[in-house]
Design a protein around this ligand. Structure first.
Ligand SMILES: Cc1cc2nc3c(=O)[nH]c(=O)nc-3n(C[C@H](O)[C@H](O)[C@H](O)COP(=O)(O)OP(=O)(O)OC[C@H]3O[C@@H](n4cnc5c(N)ncnc54)[C@H](O)[C@@H]3O)c2cc1C
Length: 387
């Protein structure tokens, strides 16, 4: 069963649908009613992390030995889809940034000690993580990163800056991409876990954004930050592999989130079209509106099918680069279009802050930019076509 139907669609099985049901109830009860206030306050409470940790939601697809639920990637997919229904892209991003992009590299590449140090408290929601790759002068072009770590007395000394970092203001640990040699290209890139409170580490700014208001997007500066060697994640100079390993899942999660968000927006809009009357009848009875809703439903279904196809390939261990890139490209772009149609169907109410669809449109706009832009997705797909 998925967002739109009662059929069981692979790779989802009964146990995944049971999780979907409990997550959906949790999101409806404990997030959605509060999302408008959190958006207005430009922050959701830190306690949401601990609450979701207590309920086991943060550790859905993490091993039990670190306090997780022992679920698989498909459980993680349900999580990405359902969190997107919460009515605040910022909340979904803050929680998803922690569980879906900051902690996975530690689980995959970290030592036992590192897992105990960051994943165990991370799954309880006691420590919050962020993934810090982007810099003011390098986003798509990861090879252009400039933040540098030099070795000194058995430690690393880090200088540089990062920007647009989700959870950037209030995170406790930052999985940070840093150059460790002067070599160009993708060589000499390493990852360190930087921690709040390290001398020379500063959150220089909380950024104002078009959407995702409830999430704190930060700019960071590092000035002679001394980082112990035990904070090196994975092998020195092999950081590019870590970035690549993470990207597939991040992009799939973004496509899944786009599908979940679109579905929720569609359902709210369908209800509105049945309730709102003009010229003596529900607006959904006008052919123009009915056709718009039919097009929205078709678009969502196409995105869902492609995204689940990418997910099936990904979980079966097959090469899913092309399909995941296509799913991210199609679904994130469609989410903007569906939200725009939803605003149109709501008329002026759709333009008002108090309506979910107004926020949905602003929140959706990051999809074609974050986690690899539309243009970069097309470059990847184009290369797969041997062009
Ligand atoms: C709200 C928000 C949250 C974010 N969270 C994080 C986070 O947690 N961690 C993190 O590390 N980053 C994060 N980012 C950063 C985000 O991933 C990058 O901004 C994104 O990858 C694009 O990089 P850029 O902004 O430098 O754009 P640029 O790379 O400068 O691109 C500018 C334009 O040029 C185009 N372009 C670039 N290269 C090519 C090319 N080869 N061919 C064709 N067109 C090209 C791009 O598609 C784009 O349209 C976040 C961003 C936002 C807005």
């Amino acid at each position: 069963m998925t967002g739109s139907s009662t059929r069981l669609i692979p790779p989802f099985e009964e146990e995944h649908e049971a999780l979907r049901e409990s997550l959906r109830a949790f999101v409806e009860r404990e997030i959605r009613p509060f999302a408008p206030d959190w958006e207005k306050n430009k922050e959701f409470p830190r306690e949401l992390f601990t609450r979701m940790g207590e309920l086991g939601f943060l550790g859905i697809s993490y091993p039990e030995e670190y306090g997780g639920q022992g679920g698989d990637t498909v459980h993680g997919a349900v999580f990405a889809e359902e969190m997107a229904r919460c009515g605040s892209g910022g909340v979904a991003a803050g929680i998803g940034g922690h569980t879906g992009i900051a902690m996975p590299p530690i689980l995959k590449f970290g030592t036992e000690e590192q897992k105990r140090r960051w994943i165990v408290p991370g799954l309880k929601g006691e420590k919050i993580g962020a993934l810090a790759i982007t810099e003011p002068a390098a986003g798509s072009d990861v090879a252009g990163l400039r933040t540098f770590a030099r070795r000194e007395d058995g430690e690393y000394v880090v200088n540089g800056s990062k920007t647009f970092i989700t959870n950037g203001v209030r995170a406790d640990f930052y999985v940070t991409a840093v150059k460790t040699t002067q070599e160009g290209g993708h060589h000499g890139l390493s990852f360190f876990v930087l921690e709040k409170g390290m001398p020379g580490f500063e959150v220089s700014r909380k950024l104002e954004k078009l959407g995702w208001h409830a999430s704190d997007t930060g700019e960071l500066s590092f000035s002679d930050v001394r980082v112990p060697a035990e904070n090196l994640l994975g092998e020195e100079n092999k950081g590019f592999y870590l970035i690549m390993a993470n990207f597939q899942w991040e992009r799939l999660a973004m496509a899944l989130g786009a599908v979940g968000g679109m579905q929720a927006t569609f359902e709210r809009t369908l209800d509105y079209a049945k309730e709102r009357s003009a010229f003596g009848r529900p607006i959904g009875n006008f052919q123009a509106i009915r056709h718009k809703l039919a097009e929205m439903a078709t678009k969502i279904e196409a995105c869902r099918d492609l995204t689940y196809h990418g997910l099936r390939l990904f979980v079966s261990g097959q090469d899913a680069l092309q399909e995941v890139s296509m799913a991210k490209l199609l679904a994130c772009r469609a989410a903007v279009e569906v939200a725009d149609d939803a605003v149109q169907i709501h008329g002026s109410y759709g333009y008002m802050r108090e309506y979910d669809v107004e926020r949905a449109l602003r929140d959706a706009r990051i999809g074609p930019i974050g986690g690899g832009t539309d243009e970069i997705m097309k470059e990847i797909i184009g290369k797969q076509l041997a062009l």
